[in-house]
Write a protein that binds this ligand. Structure first.
Ligand code: NIG
Length: 411
């Protein structure tokens, strides 16, 4: 990794997502990287000299996407299930078993190759910080194997042994296994634990046991909640201080109020990663909502209530086979009532907040991501467009230009 300085100048519009800055959106801007960190941001005409100069050609710049919810460790294809769904069949969690069978049958080599290809697709779309999950192993050995493989590629890994009760298993016995041997087996490879708290997956009581055990193991918590219908996912996530509850399609007024309460007293402009007051992020997954023809998550209502919102791709073979954050941002603007800056914020800073890597250093000493500020990791994407509004103004167009991750050009 180079420690030389790099000046990226002639950025037509720079959306920093740094709410502590006097001007979060700058015109005719420049950014300087020192090694993997940002050392300066400001008007291009005032930029300091650097070892290397990159001319952005008037392109818009913004933080790399932080994709905080994906399921990329899998083999097999479920396009027939998708076809059937588009012909009217409802989505059911049972499809997870189909992928589990195919994934268990795949070698380490094949699983790693598939994961690398998917991570490369995400990077090509501007994603510079990637979370992924286990959850298609559903046995001690397979979950450990998937966690190990995931940890070689993703920035952070979530244990989702509580994704589905395997065929023929007793739900309570399987939950016990998740909370004991399986958790111990994956622990060296993961930073987070998740549970699919939903009818047809794990009950409130089983979900509570998983979250309790994961907390005792020192993992950060996240919850798949309120995806297929109303349920206890949101309330449980807030009760356990989970960093995020994901899907959130079916919310009561009480759910929204509970999420909003979890953020009361939060100082948006400068609180550190470990600062008190960080609540539970509501992570909306627009590509999944479209691909399952579910009601779109109420992102506008959540923001209006004071909830911190993230947008993520949920790339997986069942409900959302895309890692395009550009698509998620465009959908959030065009279909969910967010402004362009709100959607960009949710796909950058929001994702970082949902992974608690938004400020300071995370527990592994990595620098903050999801916003452009001095000291943060130098994750910058340039668009082949003069403003970030083009992400929604020209949906579906190939707008991703040069991408820098930790100061290095990766695309
Ligand atoms: O986030 N909701 C649970 N898990 C995935 C879907 C997994 C699958 O169908 O394979 C999701 O949508």
């Amino acid at each position: 990794m180079s420690s030389a300085s790099k000046l990226v100048t002639n950025i037509g519009e720079l959306s920093t997502q740094d709410l502590a800055a006097d001007t979060p959106v700058l015109r005719d801007a420049a950014v300087v990287f020192e090694g993997e960190r940002i050392s300066w941001i400001g008007p291009a005409r005032q930029a300091p000299a650097a070892d290397e100069v990159v001319d952005a050609g008037g392109r818009a710049g913004l933080p790399g996407w932080v994709d905080s919810h994906t399921h990329l460790v899998f083999a097999g294809d479920r396009s027939a299930e998708f076809d059937a769904r588009m012909a009217g069949q409802a989505y059911e969690a049972g499809g997870i078993a189909v992928t589990t069978e195919a994934t268990r049958a795949a070698s380490d080599y094949d699983l790693t190759r598939l994961l690398l290809a998917r991570a490369a697709e995400a990077a090509a779309g501007g994603t510079t910080y990637l979370e992924t999950k286990t959850g298609y192993g559903l046995s001690v050995e397979e979950e450990r194997r998937h966690a190990r493989i995931a940890s070689t590629v993703a920035d952070t890994v979530t244990f989702l042994g509580a994704h589905l009760v395997p065929d023929g298993a007793d739900a309570d016995e399987y939950t016990d296994l998740v909370c004991t041997d399986m958790l111990a087996a994956v622990r060296p490879y993961v930073q987070w634990a998740d549970v699919f708290c939903e009818q047809g997956a794990f009950t409130t009581d089983q979900s509570r046991r998983v979250l309790q055990a994961a907390r005792e193991a020192g993992l950060g918590l996240r919850v798949h909640g309120n995806q297929l219908g109303p349920g206890a996912g949101v309330q449980l996530a807030v009760e356990f201080g989970a960093a995020s509850v994901d899907h959130v399609n079916h919310l009561s007024d009480d759910d929204v109020a509970t999420l909003a309460d979890s953020w009361s007293g939060w100082d948006d402009a400068g609180a550190g990663a470990g600062a008190p007051g960080a609540g539970t992020v509501a992570t909306c997954l627009p590509a999944c909502d479209l691909s399952t023809r579910a009601p779109l998550a109420p992102a506008r209502r959540l923001l209006d209530a004071g909830v911190q919102v993230a947008l993520a791709s949920n790339c997986n073979p069942g409900t959302s086979y895309t890692s395009s954050m550009n698509f998620c941002v465009a959908t959030a603007v065009l279909q969910m009532g967010l402004t362009v800056q709100e959607a960009v914020r949710a796909a950058t800073y929001g994702g970082a907040l949902a992974l608690r890597v938004h400020a300071g250093e995370d527990r592994d000493g990595a620098r903050a991501v999801g916003s452009l500020a001095v000291g943060h990791r130098a994750d910058l994407q340039l668009l082949n467009a003069p403003s970030v509004a083009h992400l929604a103004y020209r949906p579906g167009m190939p707008l991703t230009g040069p991408v820098f991750r930790a100061g290095e050009l990766v695309r």
